[in-house]
Design a protein around this ligand. Structure first.
Ligand code: FES
Length: 114
């Protein structure tokens, strides 16, 4: 379980990355906020196994309506990780369970499926 300050994850703004040692030395996950709710995913595109953010923490499109992969532009729904546009359309990001309470987002690393 890791805890991230709620205030660090702004609605439609930058996401916060964190390490996922269970998935490998350099593996990361990220949490974003969309329509006030936080969502966390493994930071790995469903197309090719690369991180989504070209600039650290930049996961949203310019319009702030979808998460976008910086490599080939796949668009994912922020609220369920489903790919709606791009080379991996129909696939999904891997979600990570979380709970937000007392101004903290508690991320349940044990919930990650490999
Ligand atoms: S690697 Fe993400 S869209 Fe191709």
């Amino acid at each position: 379980m890791i805890a991230i300050d709620s205030a660090a994850v702004q609605d439609g703004g930058k996401g916060v990355r964190f390490s996922l040692p269970a998935l490998g030395e350099f593996a990361t996950g990220f949490v974003v906020r969309f329509n006030q709710l936080p969502y966390a995913y493994v930071n790995q595109c469903a197309h090719v196994s690369v991180e989504l953010d070209w600039n650290e923490g930049e996961f949203f499109t310019a319009q702030g309506d979808y998460l976008i992969c910086a490599t080939h532009g796949a668009h994912y729904r922020p609220d369920n990780g489903f790919c709606v546009l791009g080379p991996c359309k129909g696939k999904s990001l891997k979600p990570i369970a979380l709970v937000e309470q007392n101004q903290k987002i508690m991320i349940n690393l044990a919930s990650i499926s490999k």
